[in-house]
Design a protein around this ligand. Structure first.
Ligand SMILES: [Cu+2]
Length: 95
């Protein structure tokens, strides 16, 4: 098993956390996914023979969020990246 931390953009409430968590857990080979709303991260434990980071990013994207491996993105950059965020992106929460 390997552990990978992903930076998740677009989450705004607990329902978002559930969507991202379910998306990640829905990827075959993923064992656990711990999503943190405040830190905008997801810590994923997975079998590298069965699951890839790309699959996780894709699954999260399908839910309307953006995931990126935190190792590849400088933390400072992630904090200041405004262009990747689109206001028109659908929100899961209408309340
Ligand atoms: Cu939400």
């Amino acid at each position: 098993m390997e552990t990978q931390t992903l930076n998740i953009e677009g989450m705004s409430c607990d329902a978002c956390v559930k969507h991202v968590t379910n998306a990640l857990r829905g990827v075959s080979g993923v064992q656990t996914a711990q999503v943190n709303l405040q830190e905008k991260t997801a810590v994923v434990t997975f079998d590298p023979a069965a699951a890839s980071i790309d699959q996780m990013m894709e699954a999260v994207a399908e839910e309307g969020y953006t995931a990126s491996p935190i190792d590849l993105v400088a933390v400072d950059q992630a904090a200041s990246d405004g262009e990747a965020q689109e206001k028109s992106q659908s929100s899961c929460c209408s309340n």
